[in-house]
Ligand binder design. Structure first.
Ligand code: MN
Length: 150
């Protein structure tokens, strides 16, 4: 999903979240935001082509091998969103607290429509991680599995 959809869902006069604009520079951004919305989840975001490709992970992301997490693809977010933390006010899309749970950079190893392999250099997560398409969950067309391989 696109930045246009991201912008459409939000009123930037009422939320402190950044407005969606494309841009890119330097190392590729990796961030996970803990989002205490109606359901607590962890938003994994990886920089691709000037935006942050995003997935919502309903449970705490795995630091070690052997744990696979469902990761539901959400709309791309603007690069500036990687620094966002704070409160999205009641009545707005995603209302609730956003905290930066982990951040750093990543290296892309492999990517196609069904599989993304990255090396994450974060503080909590560090090592090789994979995202693979799955049909599990309530939104099968947007469902991926996220896990550590090395
Ligand atoms: Mn979220």
């Amino acid at each position: 999903m696109t930045l246009k959809e991201y912008n459409k869902k939000r009123n930037f006069k009422k939320t402190n979240e950044p407005e969606g604009k494309k841009k890119t520079a330097g190392k590729k951004i990796y961030v996970i935001q803990k989002h205490s919305a109606s359901h607590l989840h962890y938003d994994l975001r990886l920089e691709f082509n000037g935006t942050l490709k995003s997935w919502a992970i309903p449970k705490i992301p795995p630091k070690t091998k052997g744990v696979k997490r469902l990761a539901v693809e959400t709309e791309n977010h603007p690069i500036d969103y990687a620094k966002f933390h704070g409160i999205i006010p009641e009545g707005n899309y995603g209302a609730g607290k956003v905290e930066i749970w982990d951040n750093g950079t990543y290296e892309l190893i492999e990517k196609d429509d069904k599989k993304i392999v990255v090396i994450i250099h974060g503080k909590k997560l560090s090592g090789e991680y994979v995202l693979v398409k799955t049909h599990y969950g309530s939104k099968p067309e947007k469902s991926w599995l996220f896990f550590r391989t090395k």
